[in-house]
Design a binder for this molecule. Sequence first.
Ligand code: ADP
Ligand code: MG
Ligand code: MG
Length: 250
Amino acid sequence: IVMLQIENLEVEVENKKIINSLNLSVGGGEFHVIMGPNGSGKSTLALTLMGHPNYKITNGKIEFDGKVINDIPVDERARMGIFLTFQHPEDIDGVKIIDYLRLLLEKVKGIEPAKALQIIPKKAKEVWFSADMLSRYINVGFSGGERKRFEILQALLIKPKLLILDEPDSGVDIDSLSLISHKIRELYEQGTSILLITHYGRILEHIDPKIVRVHIMKDGHIVMSGKEELVEKIEKEGFKKVFEECGCNE
Ligand code: ADP
Ligand code: MG
Ligand code: MG
């Protein structure tokens, strides 16, 4: 059954049309990959799916679990089971990780603070976050690997129905990449549908999922879809050549 259904989506940012005529559907428990050159609209799509207020849907619809969510705010989408890990997680000076995660669990999952305080340190350890780390301010002075591991920690705590991962493998060291992949695999095995945005086949080798579809974005929409061989082809030949071959430049 279809979990996420995007039809003829058009999105504007700052009065500029970024996404156009985009169609995509993701079923329960499926693993999909999105690739595309820089500026092709991958992050815009991800942020739109999460409900970021700056991304305005000017046409089309997004359906999740049979409900149109175009006008549903971020927090409500999170409660419905959608979660996004950011490509560029921002610093939030003055807000401690532990306090943020406690609030996240309460707002999204209805978990009481006392219970949350038991759950969080255990999960945090799984992504190499010590108790000291939990009292630091969000992302302030964090390394690339720490930032991306913190994103994954949130996903692990929430266990969403649909997890959108925006370049979880960019800017991370090799050990973090391996851990992050392992944790994505864990969520996938537990039934979470995955929409993974990446530039590299390496993370897919680590996760080793049964990829349902690889979608290639160009200028705000999906120009081609294929199976995992497409990842290899792009890594070998580059987008430019693949686009020429498919006549995607016309
Ligand atoms: P990708 O993630 O594929 O690299 P993005 O979605 O980040 O692409 O960007 C797609 C296009 O939208 C780019 O041309 C980018 O400059 C533009 N864009 C994205 N966000 C904004 C914004 N907040 N304001 C203005 N332009 C934006
Ligand atoms: Mg980019
Ligand atoms: Mg991006």
